[in-house]
Design a protein around this ligand. Structure first.
Ligand code: NDP
Length: 450
């Protein structure tokens, strides 16, 4: 890192000492920008990096709600409006007990770069709550969502800030959130949330978009490196939520076999190939645990998680797709994957690999499809949903899917071009950071000191 980059990183560390995930995300980006920053002496004088690493606005709020036993519970809500440089703030909502300001800020920071890569006019944000949806009744979820929106509504709008789903926030939660927003605002503003149900303004393909997009990106990456493909390969996918399920579906379409999936308790291994319909039923309909897969597939195996490293990364695979959460691939897990002959890692989750794990993959010639680029299909399709809401007109499944595929191909090409231009070879982690940063830096310069 050059002097300016090191200085900014030190300042960010000093200002945010208790935010390890945020610092990790900033470090990961800044550590790849030296060649670009070296070519632009003017950045330091206009504090370009300092502005890019400081959120425009952080909102935290109280979310009181009443559980089924009649007891009042108070959770904390967040919305980090990090950057509206190239479009309205845009990014998902996460409901998970681990949510805190550091996690929200890392996700919002990543989102700025991801959204820039899509080529669409969307800024970066993230929000959520430390509310734990597990084990809650439908009515409890509804009451929580209504209370959350009763505060959030004043900060969002179709041209201001457009939330969507993330961990713990799917179609059900978006429905309750949208209902409450509509009631408070006394009008139909379809474009205020994305991931809506098809009956009231949602877009076809939004449900599948992140998973499908990830596979389109990895497909391009494999093709660009020795004309490889998914056909005949084994794939392990961590998580069993929205991203994991639809990534699995596309992988199967491309002739590869998904042999393992997981949740936070453990992983299942099915050498015949995981039956995704069963996983979908367990997770989307019954809201159960992945181990229940064995009830209908006794030939499969279940490995309980016992420590920091997920057992799924011990399983031999050609391609690994971490699609659960941040830092789920430790250096230990990376070593296991390399030892077992893994050739590519596609990041469906945000920042799923520890920095040392990514470095280990790259040093061992494992291709890495970085989250910012590879999981951008979800937000890109959200932007397409916003366009349809503005047009008051809906596109077919095939039309949206084709748009998504083209966007992912273009994202891959821009990562590839930036990596090559700045001497990073096939390091698409650096390529994605540079491609996004270059666009954002131009927009920031053009808009003056704001
Ligand atoms: P879901 O809530 O649908 O599924 C999350 C999955 O990950 C579940 O299987 C969950 O298991 C597992 N998981 C969550 N937290 C942990 C944890 N701390 N340790 C181990 N496993 C965990 O979320 P999504 O599929 O929507 O999101 C998954 C990832 O993809 C996240 O990183 C998200 O930020 C990212 N992403 C999502 C997009 C989207 O469009 N939905 C877009 C871009 C990125 P369990 O049930 O046990 O909690």
């Amino acid at each position: 890192m050059n002097e300016y980059l090191s200085k900014v990183l030190e300042e960010v560390k000093e200002k945010n000492p208790h935010e390890p995930e945020f610092l990790q995300a900033v470090d990961e980006v800044l550590s790849t920008l030296e060649p670009v920053v070296n070519a632009h002496d003017e950045y330091e004088n206009i504090a370009l990096l300092e502005r890019m690493t400081e959120p425009e606005r952080i909102i935290t709020f109280r979310v009181p709600w009443v559980n089924d036993a009649g007891k009042t519970i108070v959770n904390r809500g967040y919305r980090i409006q990090f950057s509206a440089l190239i479009g309205p703030y845009k990014g998902g909502l996460r409901f998970h007990p681990s949510v805190n300001q550091s996690i929200m800020k890392f996700l919002a920071f990543e989102q700025i770069f991801k959204n820039a890569l899509t080529g669409l006019p969307i800024g970066g944000a993230k929000g959520g709550s430390d509310f734990d949806p597990k084990g809650k009744s439908d009515n409890e979820i509804m009451r929580f969502c209504q209370s959350f929106m009763t505060e959030l509504y004043r900060h969002i709008g179709p041209d201001v800030d457009v939330p969507a789903g993330d961990i713990g926030v799917g179609a059900r939660e978006i429905g309750y959130l949208f209902g409450q927003y509509r009631r408070i605002k006394n009008g139909y503003e379809g474009g205020v949330l994305t991931g809506k149900g098809l009956e009231y303004g949602g877009s076809l393909v939004r449900t599948e978009a992140t998973g499908y997009g990830l596979i389109y990106y990895v497909r391009e990456m494999l093709k660009a490196n020795g004309n490889q493909s998914f056909a005949g390969k084994t794939v392990t996918i961590s998580g069993s939520g929205n991203v994991a399920i639809y990534a699995g579906q596309k992988v199967r379409e491309y002739g590869a076999k998904v042999v393992a999936m997981s949740d936070s308790n453990g992983c299942i291994y099915d050498k015949n190939g995981i039956n995704l319909d069963t996983v979908k039923r367990i997770k989307e309909v019954e809201r159960g645990r992945i181990r229940e897969y064995l009830k209908t597939h006794p030939e499969a195996k279940y490995y309980e998680r016992t420590g920091a490293d997920s057992p799924i990364w011990e399983i031999k695979t050609d391609i690994a797709l971490p699609c659960a959460t941040q830092n789920e691939v430790t250096l230990n897990s990376a070593k296991k994957l390399v030892e077992n002959g893994c050739i590519a890692v596609g990041e469906g989750a945000n920042m799923p690999c520890e920095k040392s794990a990514t470095a280990y993959f790259l040093a061992n010639n494992v291709l890495v499809a970085p989250a910012k680029a590879a999981n951008a299909g979800g937000v890109a399709t959200s932007a397409i949903e916003m366009s349809q809401n503005s047009m008051r007109y809906y596109l077919s499944f095939e039309e949206v899917d084709k748009m998504l595929e083209n966007i992912m191909i273009n994202i891959f090409k821009s990562c590839e071009a930036s990596a090559q231009k700045y001497g990073y070879g096939n390091n698409y982690v650096a390529g994605a950071n540079i491609a996004a940063f270059s666009k954002l830096a131009k927009a920031m310069k053009a808009q003056g000191i704001v």
